[in-house]
Design a protein around this ligand. Sequence first.
Ligand SMILES: Nc1ncnc2c1ncn2[C@@H]1O[C@H](COP(=O)(O)OP(=O)(O)OP(=O)(O)O)[C@@H](O)[C@H]1O
Length: 252
Amino acid sequence: MNLQVQGITKHYGENGSCKTVLQDINVEVLGGEFVSLLGPSGCGKTTLLTIIAGFQQPCSGTVLLNGCKVDKPGPDRGVVFQDYALFPWMTVGENILFPMQQQKIPQKLQDEKLHHYLEMARLKGSEHLYPSQISGGMKQRTAVVRALASEPELLLMDEPFGAVDYQMRHNLQEEFEALWQSNPKPVIMVTHDVDEAVYLSDRILVMSTNRGEIVHELLVDIDRPRNRRSNDYHACLNKLTDILKENHKSQS
Ligand SMILES: Nc1ncnc2c1ncn2[C@@H]1O[C@H](COP(=O)(O)OP(=O)(O)OP(=O)(O)O)[C@@H](O)[C@H]1O
């Protein structure tokens, strides 16, 4: 997998008011890398993710996935939203089957894949329950395997752990990491949580507070699964916090 985001610029507004949200964004993601987009609210993280997902077009620049231009959503990109966006009228199993049905995968293969994903996400036995009948963690695991079910080249996640409390968020991050390790895919995740970015990412791209640019790139070279109490982990958290403070100071 090779994702190239080249010179992306995005402005919003019309009738004389124009706001630049993204300014000449360049990113390359290769192989099974986990990349986070980190920055304060309103800095353009979701806009960049939705352009990569193909939900909206940039004003200039190009997104290439394996050399092909991205200009609409496609099964090569699985998306997980903050509120999971499960279909409430479908059971867990039906939600996971949905992308496979869209792709018209043969029935026998659909059944095999459903079994595989239910096992992988520890949802076996819950396939007949509706989203309203399962816990936040189960919803999140359903959303992740639904996104994986179309066998995407790239997983895009927009604050996937944002809707739950602190302890639950840690649990979900740990569960997600185990799931991800069992089926490694390149991931781009939007977050404004420093700890989440350090816990999960191979590389963190820090976006500016108000210039629509990527102003810093931090590699997180710590063995997985990461120990949140280790010295390495704390050193990385401190470094990232300093970068964010500096970023904020230089733009206020
Ligand atoms: N469709 C739109 N029309 C006009 N302005 C928009 C639109 N979508 C987003 N914006 C503006 O663009 C800016 C960036 O929004 P975006 O959602 O990408 O930020 P974000 O970094 O993901 O924020 P958050 O962390 O709060 O989700 C914000 O000022 C937002 O109000």
